[in-house]
Design a protein around this ligand. Sequence first.
Ligand code: ADP
Ligand code: MG
Ligand code: ZN
Length: 615
Amino acid sequence: MKQVEKPKKPLIIYYLIAFIVLILLNWFVFPMFMGSNVREVDYGTFLNMIEERQVSKVQLEGDTIYFMDKSEEPQQYETTTFDDPELVNRLEDAGCEFGRVAQEQMNPILSMLISIVIPVLIFWGLGQLLTKQMMKKMGGGAGGNPFMQFGKSNAKVYVESTTGITFNDVAGEDEAKELLTEIVDFLHNPGKYQEIGAVCPKGALLVGPPGTGKTLLAKAVAGEAEVPFFSISGSEFVEMFVGMGASKVRDLFKQTNEKAPCIVFIDEIDTIGKKRDSQGFSGNDEREQTLNQLLTEMDGFDASKGVVILAATNRPDSLDPALLRPGRFDRRIPVELPDLKGREEILKVHARKVKLSDNVDFNAIARAASGASGAELANMVNEAALRAVRDNRKYVTQEDLEESIEVVIAGYQKKNKVLSTKEKLIVSYHEIGHALVAALQTNSAPVTKITIIPRTSGALGYTMQVDEEERNLMSREEIENKIATLTGGRCAEELIFDSVTTGASNDIEQATKLARAMITRFGMSDRFGMVALETQVNPYLGGDSSLSCSPETASTIDDMVVDTVKQAYDKAMNLLRENKGKLHELAKYLYEKETITGEEFMSILNKKEDTEEKN
Ligand code: ADP
Ligand code: MG
Ligand code: ZN
């Protein structure tokens, strides 16, 4: 505590010096400048000069009169008047310009205050403020000893449901809730699990686009858990000095060990969990040390003690693989953008807080707000309420909600990917194109889900294919089929609309990558056989490839890649042409449902075949 006073002493000395310099300037320097070319004369001389019409401009300042003569180089004069009632008349007769400068006689104490005390006070206040800011930056906070506070974690601790948020406040996201409920349940009665020998996962990672309720879910866990809940954001570990972040991590885990069973939540973990640089010249030692410390601590604690670490990120791809391995964040909880039903539920949850008129149809709103995240839906309800207030209404109406969709969504239409009818149709055909090509080929993974809910990754929809078994190997045929499947989206667009869109850019990228890898890394070309033309740089961290062949070979590879993709495209085009009827029917179905399961897809595909045979 004492150390805070130390920096004050030198500061006061500076204030004193500044003060003295100011006063000296005031007394000696300024008058010299100002008084240099003003001649002081007595009042009689002034009157004489008026009579002789030598005076041009006159200014009255209280009792003092400033005036100029009419010579070539006007000289400024100063004189003092006594109360002269004739002065105005005299000036008028002489025809000179004159005016009075309003000047209030200032209390000398007041003027002293303004010119000296207030500036000094301002300086002093600024100094204090800066000192405090510096202390805070150094980790001390106002009044504390900054050096003792270094590296103390500032995780907020919630004990019991201080957040007041429970799973009831989170709509949709049922899988995520289920997985989290299990964790909460484990912390409530660990005995039940230990009897069987089940070990609770140490960590769970909430992954999903922004605004889908990851932070909200974690808060809900805090509300449900009835155990201490530590919440810290990844950025809070990032410190000015190397080693501070790591020491914060240590401190956090020390606290959790004392408070176990408990839950730790690290929001936005990508801030510290980014892939470590494989080159070794990263220059960001601080972040790496913090991450290493986190990994060490996660290995170090005993899960049976009941410490569960939750983390959230919307950039899982950038996370260091070491964070994701079993024993650390081995459980990945996807928190995706809500589908139609989810959107409706989220709207209802947030509408609990506002007064609604009877005519509100949430289903219609949810339908219109295709692609909106939970945060956007919450915002919409609020916008609608604001609009109702603006219009002096007591209730939120359907029109309010519809209008607010336009405000929230149309505002960021491009950014947040809410599709127009036409685009939605194109995307429907695109995705069904993928799914159909996949389903019509042998040796390709079954389609499990097709959706046209846009992703923040840039995809406007996707077709999910999941293998029945875990796959470690892929045959050449399978890769070729996969490339054909990837081109299927663009094929469908071309076949139906006779034009192509930018929507296939990701497919193109993937197809090219696969075709390239077939040739350069998997030895699947007749031309080159088993020659490694490309090597992966450190596959554990990052996995960028670097070309290791001659320029001639590189250009041959390029040609071969083009051929491979073209062949796949032709194959996909033929498949779709032969099954155009199914393509139409399925695309229409997807357009209406937005998300369809693999079973729905297959049943329509097979049913259609039957009817076609009958006809
Ligand atoms: P993020 O996934 O980016 O962490 P947040 O959890 O911060 O998103 O969500 C922001 C806000 O959006 C929440 O406070 C909540 O009001 C709203 N929200 C998002 N998802 C949901 C949901 N599934 N149910 C209810 N509200 C939600
Ligand atoms: Mg968040
Ligand atoms: Zn596609």
